[in-house]
Design a protein around this ligand. Structure first.
Ligand SMILES: [Zn+2]
Length: 95
């Protein structure tokens, strides 16, 4: 049973704007997407959560939770329906 103030945290990709290392973007090889080129580490810190560029060994973002943790989080992985995956693989590609 969930509290009415508690909202569901989806395990699907809900990212509306990706975060990138500016150094990676500046040297991005032609034809490669920023997401494919990225070498990112993400983890908890004493302050909150940090996104780190492993290629350039530099900070991308360090978010301070301002001591308000714990924040609600969903650490579950999406479970794929094997039939849905098979159907997707059978779809004609646009590329
Ligand atoms: Zn980088």
């Amino acid at each position: 049973m969930s509290d009415e103030n508690e909202r569901e945290i989806p395990v699907t990709n809900e990212i509306q704007s990706y975060l990138h290392c500016i150094l990676c973007l500046n040297e991005l090889p032609e034809g490669q997407s920023p997401g494919d080129y990225a070498r990112i580490a993400v983890g908890y810190t004493e302050l909150g959560i940090q996104i780190w560029c492993r290629r350039h060994d530099c900070n991308i973002m360090h978010m301070d939770f301002e001591g308000k943790s714990p924040f609600p989080a969903n650490l579950n992985r999406r479970l794929f329906d094997p039939v849905e995956v098979a159907e997707k693989l059978m779809e004609p590609s646009d590329a």
